[in-house]
Design a protein around this ligand. Sequence first.
Ligand SMILES: [Zn+2]
Length: 433
Amino acid sequence: MSTELDAGRTPTGSRGADVITLDAPHARRFTVLRAAAMFDGVSSALMARPSVVIADGVIAAVHGPGGPLPARARVVDLPGLTLMPGLVDAHLHLCFDASNDPVGHLAETSDSLLREQMAEAARRALRAGVTTVRDLGDRSYLALDLRGSDLAGMARPLPAIVAAGPPITIPGGHCHFLGGAASGQRGLRAAVRERAERGVDVIKVMASGGNLTPGSLAHEPQFGAESLRAIVDEAHRLGLPVTVHAHSARSIADAVAAGVDGIEHATFMTAAGVAAPEALIRAIAAQQIAVGWTVGRDPSQREAVPPQIASRMAALGANRRRLHESGAMLVAGSDAGVSPAKPHDVLRYAPEDLAAAGLSPAEILRAMTSRAAQACGLGHRKGRIASGLDADLIAVDGNPLDDLAAIRRLRAVYAGGRAIHPDLGSRARIEVP
Ligand SMILES: [Zn+2]
């Protein structure tokens, strides 16, 4: 048996455990990650001294202290660190560049250049431990092209990508510049079919206006109940889930009535303020509609909150707490890309926003791992550390159940069993064969 031990430096130091492995060409089949503790994506307590056995990019077994090591395993010790499932960002936009003018920059960028920029944005997320992203609105279906680039063997791997293509919107409506405008029952059904033929994973609909689009008002509906019903009916007939962008309280009610699978933002805005009727909140919880909360801001960017949000902030916070208390299925999505406070690795700042809504630390971690994976249709492959799932894991310094900031003390990232160097500055990624 050949055993390689991680020669990493002190894991509690600022550099963390740089995973430096010795070479042993004849011992490739199994990798075993050993750490001080593990959050499995679901449980409310950590497992002590886990061993996670990886083979061919998949978790082959998970053992507690003293678990058996397979013969010919390569062992990576991560002393003092806690293993977690890779993070899942259930809502971002790889095509927006997280600048002050993402829409203007997009208009000036060719598809081929945009594809490159999107790949780089995805890599940035991956280096921050986000091993799965759901792109809820691109141009020219470019995010679909990037799927599969996460396969082992790629020189520069990407996270797993779930993609919607251009969101369906009304002519001139929210994000119309992405190319997804459609109208009329037949037009909307045709738009769904086009996306299905392109191979999207999910249908994204702009049910209300949004803040990014001039002339579009977040509190105003774009599609009525009948239109949403046609979209959902056509999508479900084709086996595709539907998630709707909905700030407007009216749009949220219409979306729930139409039987959508997910609601993004869910701010319940009206012209005057915010209104979330109790019956609507109960229906969202009862139907287990995935509520994609927009969470995480880079604290180094001091952007002014738009006035239409600022004036509603207290009520928005209260409704988040009500949704959580109702048992709604809450999922973390960052909307990364839309502004400087939303770089593509911003999900690591989400825990504090989720805590403000009353989620416990374990609930927060679930919203960022197993539940988000479920909302992305990948609950069977991602978001948990369990036998048979993809070997997407991160190692953080500390106990994230005691100290949520531990998520930002990232020391190792594994995507499909492959070590990705976390973003520790300019140091090159260390290749682990
Ligand atoms: Zn968005």
